[in-house]
Design a protein around this ligand. Structure first.
Ligand SMILES: NC(=O)c1ccc[n+]([C@@H]2O[C@H](COP(=O)([O-])OP(=O)(O)OC[C@H]3O[C@@H](n4cnc5c(N)ncnc54)[C@H](O)[C@@H]3O)[C@@H](O)[C@H]2O)c1
Length: 460
């Protein structure tokens, strides 16, 4: 029996974003001593006041509790965070560079600072998503540097698979933990931290661990683009993609997850990771055609909404369009690569007047979007609007008071970008309703348009 599981460990986490803060809070909650470091002083000050720099369900309570208990602390000072740390988790951003490659400037800066302040053996655990080979080169740099200082380092890759919006749950209940290292003892030492959560720990080499992350994200993105392509075909042929996905998903070889047709994927991971994987393939002389198609379909998916609106409204100039939801998915305030942001830019280019509401992502969106009227709820968005688009499937948009919404709108167009509602019910309310891959009345979109026109004509 391993006793290492139950020992208090000294852990440092670099970066207090969506990944780092969850990692730090969850390890502290187990009884470990955790210091979280970030280069942005405002984020650290906020955390010390008990305020969260990001929204993640359950995070605030866990951070406050562990901070109060003295197990979790925050700093901007590497000299405070690094000496004596047994494990140093790196969770800084790796955004897309100009050609889609992962930009490693934050990683390099973090590694430099770690190396400059380490005073004893430590395991550097990389949780950021980094190009295959980064762990090897980081390990080499650190080990060489350590030798000169007489200090031993080890590097372990520990890709992150949690989902924003349920990151705490996912961290505490992982499907698997992947660890990659050239040093089996270092990997085992990191495995000890996780055994309390799962026995399913896969230990491999650095490059393979890094690739597992990219391959997993690319596969999930591919599933989304696949069902979105099927949705487009369904629209033309009069089939219902929701039932198609249900029928497909019940096949255990396929699985139901990530088969929801919608406005395409967004967020800080899928788009940038697919692009980074494409880049890695291309610079190695390969033609990653499937990955390219995944990205193309995703881009087109946003445009489809504009085409529906043009189809129904003609020109969008001067029309009032409401966006329900701004976050890239529910239960997060993250708007990176969000469909709503793309749609807002496209609609503004068409000359539409925009309104929007999101339960938690408004502050972030306001920093990015000009000329949008931000509202207090879905009903304010809809009042006097020509069309509303349900962009993010927040729970509070799932049971809207449809008669109230209908009454307040100027033109009664409801575009359901996440297929939350049943087409027949929405038509019964009187809406001109379009989902994704969901024909109305069992016909194609063209049939639907004729049916809608007939309803409008009857209504005078
Ligand atoms: N967000 C997710 O759900 C998720 C899931 C899996 C993997 N990842 C990967 O994890 C990494 C982090 O993602 P995130 O969403 O948490 O990013 P984030 O942008 O939310 O947070 C990164 C944090 O690192 C800080 N930082 C940057 N340089 C630093 C430095 N040199 N020293 C200390 N702090 C520094 C930033 O100020 C920021 O607070 C990325 O590589 C991402 O691809 C993210």
């Amino acid at each position: 029996m391993r006793h290492a599981l139950f020992l208090m460990r000294r852990i440092t986490v670099i970066g207090v974003g969506y990944v780092g803060l969850v990692t730090g809070a969850c390890f502290a909650d187990l009884g470990n001593r955790v210091i979280c470091l970030d280069v942005i002083p405002e984020k650290i000050e906020k955390l010390k006041r008990g305020e969260m720099p990001i929204y993640e369900p359950g995070l605030e309570e866990m951070v406050q509790r562990n901070y109060a208990a003295g197990r979790l602390s925050f700093t901007i000072d590497y000299a405070e965070a690094i000496p004596n740390a047994e494990y140093i988790f790196v969770a800084v951003g790796t955004p897309s560079g100009v050609d889609g490659e992962a930009d490693l400037k934050y990683i390099r800066n973090a590694v430099e600072n770690i190396a400059a302040h380490l005073d004893s053996y430590a395991i550097i655990v990389n949780r950021s998503t980094v190009p295959v080979g980064t762990g090897d080169s980081t390990a080499q740099t650190l080990i060489e540097r350590g030798k000169k200082q007489g200090i031993d380092f080890q590097v372990v890759s520990n890709p992150e698979f949690t989902r924003e919006g349920s990151a705490m749950y996912d961290f505490l209940n992982p499907d698997r933990v992947v660890l990659g290292s050239v040093d089996p003892d270092a990997a085992e030492a990191v495995a000890d931290l996780y055994r309390v959560f799962t026995k399913n720990i896969l230990i491999t080499d650095l490059r393979t661990a890094e690739m597992i992350k990219y391959a997993s994200n690319a596969f999930l993105a591919m599933k989304i683009s696949f069902i979105n392509e099927i949705a487009s075909i369904c629209e033309k042929l009069g089939a219902d993609v929701k039932m198609v996905a249900t029928g497909m998903g019940q096949d255990q070889r396929i699985g139901a997850a990530f088969l929801h047709a919608g406005l395409g994927f967004g967020g800080s991971c899928f788009p940038k990771d697919v692009k980074a994987l494409m880049y890695m393939a291309e610079v190695n002389g390969l033609h990653p055609q499937l990955l390219r198609a995944v990205m193309d379909i995703n881009r087109d998916q946003r445009r489809r909404m504009i085409l529906h609106l043009r189809d129904l409204l003609g020109t969008l100039r001067g029309k009032t369009i409401g966006l329900l939801g701004l976050a890239f998915k529910p239960n997060t305030d993250d708007i990176r690569e969000a469909a709503a942001i793309d749609l807002a830019h496209m609609l503004a280019n068409e000359g539409a007047n925009l309104r929007a509401y999101d339960p938690v992502a408004m502050d972030n969106a306001q920093r990015l979007l000009d000329g949008v009227r931000f509202c207090n709820d879905a009903y304010e968005v809809a009042a006097g609007a020509d069309a509303v688009i349900l962009v993010t499937e927040w729970n509070e948009f799932k049971q809207l008071d449809m008669p109230r919404l209908f009454e307040s709108m100027r033109r009664k167009i409801f575009l359901d970008g996440r297929n939350v509602y049943e087409p027949s019910e929405m038509r019964a309310h009187g809406f001109e309703y379009r989902g994704i891959g969901r024909p109305l009345n069992g016909g194609t979109v063209e049939h639907a348009r004729h049916a809608e026109e007939a309803v409008l004509a009857r209504a005078g």
